[in-house]
Write a protein that binds this ligand. Structure first.
Ligand SMILES: *Cc1c(COP(=O)(O)O)cnc(C)c1O
Length: 389
């Protein structure tokens, strides 16, 4: 007996242009960074509001370490739940207009925890075909029957739900789809779920901070409250520029998660200083509307510029602006063409996106200037004349 060799699969991935490797960056997150020693202008971060290196957020984290040290010491249910965590939960609940919020160490874990706590073997979980991997993985862990419906298609979901015979129903969607940048049809989904007595979980990792009044996210954008979207998940590692995630909802929901969400119970609490940083960033998210205004301007200018170049964009009004390449080879070749001009945009390939849907995922940040955008558009001109090698 010997273990299965790993090299053949690695070779296959390389041959199919699916091999992934990491780049090493220097210094703080921001549009201008150094990767593997080269200065690059980056258009692929999820730091949409440009808060990851904001002086107020950095100072809050420093003060937090002075008060709390670094490690939280244990899980929330042992002795790791600090005043900083508790205050952040209360502020996030108030911000999202929900009775309670519960912090998780990551968004990946929040989705796993909430789905597995609410859905079990006899239940059915409905997921949009383009949902984030963490929602899919949460579904697998729950052992619920999983049905995936056509992207953004409430009628298709309704038809699937009509044939469910037993158990509870939980519908999960991204509020803003992470690789496409479009919004879920939350109004019709919420109406359907209310009518059928199904749970609706909205993962607003990419909407929170970016959409809605004071950055309250996609549910606020559509004017939906707790009764429409009983389970709201938000990530703090994207527009908030920090780390961690939360689930917001009713008191009953949060108490259930505290008792039953295994990814909440069996893991060390976030460092309290990170919670302090997130509190500072929440204040900026709410008060600095200019960040969202500037982002909207950048999106508008990017779209008109890229369309003039004849590039194929997706129907997105968010800072996620993919350029469709089709094949992985094409996406990689475009990414290299941009990098040769000092622009960093990563190629997104299957299985992160469907087969044939490889793309450049351009993302914009409030820290990009119009000059930065012009540099991107100038570099993109080179893509028109590029042929697939
Ligand atoms: C990033 C992301 C997550 C995971 O959040 P982390 O805090 O990075 O684990 C979940 N859902 C969506 C849609 C995301 O984009």
């Amino acid at each position: 007996m010997s273990v299965k060799p790993l090299q053949p699969e690695l070779n296959r991935r390389r041959k199919e242009h699916l091999y992934r490797s990491r780049r090493v960056s220097e210094g703080p997150q921001g549009p201008e960074l150094k990767m593997d020693g080269h200065p690059l202008l980056s258009f692929c971060s999820n730091d949409y509001l440009g808060l990851a290196n904001h002086p107020d957020v950095v100072a809050a984290m420093q003060r937090g370490t002075e008060i709390y040290g670094v490690g939280s010491g244990s899980a929330h249910l042992v002795n790791g739940h600090s005043q900083a965590h508790h205050a952040l939960e209360e502020e996030l609940a108030a911000f999202t207009g929900r009775p309670r919020a519960l912090l998780f160490s990551t968004g990946y874990m929040a989705n796993q925890g909430v789905i597995a706590a609410l859905a079990g073997r006899n239940d059915t979980l409905y997921q949009d075909r383009l949902n984030h991997a963490s929602l899919i993985d949460g579904g697998l862990l729950s052992r619920a029957r999983m049905k995936r419906f056509a992207h953004g298609d409430t009628a298709a979901l309704q038809a699937q739900m009509a044939s469910q015979e037993r158990g509870e129903a939980l519908v999960a969607v991204d509020g803003v789809f992470s690789m496409d940048g479009d919004l879920a049809p939350l109004r019709s989904l919420a109406a359907l779920c209310r009518g059928r007595g199904a749970w609706l979980l909205v993962d607003d990792a990419h909407g929170l901070g970016v959409l809605g009044s004071e950055g309250r996210g996609s549910t606020d954008h559509f004017g939906l409250g707790l009764d429409d979207v009983p389970i709201l998940m938000g990530a703090l590692g994207k527009a908030f520029g920090t780390f961690g995630a939360f689930v917001a909802g009713s008191d009953e929901l949060i108490e259930t998660l505290i008792q039953q969400a295994r990814s909440y119970i069996f893991t060390t609490a976030l460092p309290p200083a990170v919670a302090e940083a997130a509190r500072a960033s929440l204040r900026l998210v709410r008060s600095e509307e200019w960040r969202r205004e500037h982002l909207r301007e950048l999106v508008k200018k990017f779209r008109s510029g890229a369309e003039q170049l004849g590039l194929s964009l997706m129907l997105s009004e968010t800072p996620i602006q993919p350029i469709v390449a089709g094949s992985s080879v094409q996406a990689l070749s475009w990414s290299r063409t941009l990098e040769a001009q000092g622009i960093l945009v990563s190629a997104i390939r299957p299985p992160t996106v469907p087969e044939g849907g490889a793309r450049l995922r351009v993302t914009l940040s409030a820290n990009h200037s119009f000059q930065h955008l012009d540099r991107l558009l100038t570099a993109l001109e080179q893509l028109k004349i590029q042929e697939v090698p």
